[in-house]
Design a protein around this ligand. Structure first.
Ligand SMILES: [Fe+2]
Ligand SMILES: [Fe+2]
Length: 149
């Protein structure tokens, strides 16, 4: 399974969201490494749980921004978040079986190529129109993510 490399293509232009995404890609790559090295179920689940925990916190952060700035596509965006978390949890159930690799690949494709590149990009483009540029950085609430664990 291939790791994901973080590059400018994945950037949305929103400093906090991009920092979160970069860290989530890093955690995702840890899951891929563990899966590629055929680590036991417990190790896989531990790494995956961390990714899920951080992903949840990131989604909650984006959802707070959507509420605060009355994002019109909030319901659709939140439904995608829910689906992505469901996929991650489905993978968690049995990471040692060969079929379990499929949801992980789907998670990668949907989360990165679809969600980050389209839905998150649309959200940040919207935020850029409603938050004055001079206050843009200050108006961005701090993400609750703590990657120092
Ligand atoms: Fe999102
Ligand atoms: Fe995101």
């Amino acid at each position: 399974m291939k790791r994901i490399s973080w590059d400018g293509r994945l950037e949305t232009g929103h400093t906090v969201i991009d920092a979160d995404h970069e860290n989530l890609v890093h955690l995702f790559n840890q899951v891929v490494s563990v899966a590629n090295h055929h680590a036991g179920k417990l190790v896989c689940n531990r790494v995956l749980d961390k990714l899920i925990r951080h992903t949840k916190a990131h989604f909650e952060f984006e959802e707070r921004l959507m509420t605060e700035y009355r994002y019109p596509e909030k319901a659709k965006h939140m439904a995608e978040h829910e689906a992505l978390l469901r996929q991650a949890l489905a993978y968690r159930l049995d990471p040692s079986s060969p079929e379990s690799r499929i949801p992980l690949i789907e998670l990668s494709q949907h989360w990165l190529t679809s969600h980050m590149l389209t839905s998150d990009k649309e959200l940040t483009e919207f935020l850029a129109t409603v938050v004055p540029p001079s206050t843009h950085t200050n108006a961005q609430p701090k993400s609750p993510l703590d990657f120092g664990e």
